[in-house]
Design a protein. Structure first.
Length: 96
């Protein structure tokens, strides 16, 4: 397995944030570098998921505008309630 190439990035932190980061690193027995990498990784993963959700919503909206097919909130709620109870339930049929 080949090693991944890493690049160096410089981040300017406000003194208060730097102090808080150093304190947390000491408490966790980690290096500040590790904490910053972890924070960036978590942020990027969260924002990627958020963007995917947004893109899915936009696609669904375009599809609805083109076809008019939908389910009502009550139909979706009833289906989700069954799933929450552990029942095997087919999603409701889309209609105009």
């Amino acid at each position: 397995m080949a090693a991944e190439r890493m690049f160096t990035a410089s981040v300017k932190l406000e003194p208060d944030l730097k102090s808080r980061l150093q304190h947390l690193a000491e408490a966790r027995r980690r290096k500040t570098h590790w904490l910053m990498q972890e924070a960036i990784r978590e942020y990027v993963e969260r924002e990627e998921k958020r963007e995917q959700f947004r893109q899915d919503a936009l696609r669904a909206w375009r599809e609805f505008q083109e076809t008019g097919l939908h389910v009502t909130a009550d139909e979706a709620d009833a289906w989700l309630a069954k799933l929450a109870e552990g029942q095997v339930a087919e999603p409701p049929e889309c209609h105009v």
